[in-house]
Design a protein around this ligand. Sequence first.
Ligand code: NAD
Length: 316
Amino acid sequence: MRALVTGGAGFIGSHLIDRLVARGDSVVVIDNLSSGHASFIQNHIDTGHVTLVEGDICHPEDVNKAMAMDIDCVFHLAANPDIRLGTRITDTDLKQGTVATYNILEAMRVAGVKKIAFASSSVVYGEDAPLPTPEDHGPCMPISLYGASKQAGEGLISSWVGTFGLQAWIFRFANIIGARGTHGVIFDFIHKLKNDPSRLEVLGNGLQEKSYMEVGDCADAILHVMSQANEPLNLYNLGSHDTASVRRIAEIVVDVTGCHDASIEYTGGDRGWAGDIPRARLGIEKMLKAGFDVKMNSEEAIRYTAECLLEEIGLE
Ligand code: NAD
């Protein structure tokens, strides 16, 4: 199979590509390298298994160029990864999420590409959803601009399935963490301790409680579910069984980095920023029923990620 991975030089995309290449697929990547790194997939580029098209999915001509490369299936992962950005710049998620997803779908229609997997998010459920939240919870009322763009992307994909006969797998991810992470709470904490090992500032009161999934589990889950679920439109939460608090993450990062004298200071308030959802846990029954289970729970994934990122970032 020949796959097009949008955002394939990014954190989750590069782990997914490791698996696609391992199973024998050839891969085209379109990425503008805004938050991704060619080095994450350079080994596969060197062996000829991956072709990198440096381009922007906001530009239809770039998307058309990649889509014309005999693609069987699109994995659409490119997006602005920073939920907080929407509090300052209000059109980023609209352009790089909603409109860019339209560009991908329209290029697929024109090129006759029929399959798409989409990286959506738990944040589409909004703040008042029951926990753990099952896929059939509704109505979904996201409270961040990022969440709104993910919901819009899901709607566009569903409409292309209904109107143009696409087959789609929509994955609502929990917080995905692991090696090569370039953003997120553990990445931020390690950078803060690198700048000042005596103090760790935590946004909010530290009681935010979410579930964390290791990126290898996430990439394996995507491919497993796609091999098992064969409806025209397939919707799956991907997450782990439990949650961890931000307070616990701070303690684990302090422990792993050896900055035992760091004072952990909370900025206060029930959330990290406007649009943040303080408590999130996905129902994963559907994923389990499809025959996939995670190898790591939230705390194991957090400790493993802290160890990997400490090695990648270093404290010196
Ligand atoms: P990432 O930033 O590492 O990956 C995104 C990739 O897309 C990067 O390589 C970036 O350079 C590229 N990109 C961004 N805008 C682009 C554009 N306009 N044109 C071409 N390339 C562009 O982030 P990630 O954590 O790997 O996220 C991958 C996907 O998963 C995103 O859609 C994200 O919203 C979604 N997601 C991630 C998480 C998580 O916890 N990491 C949770 C839920 C959903």
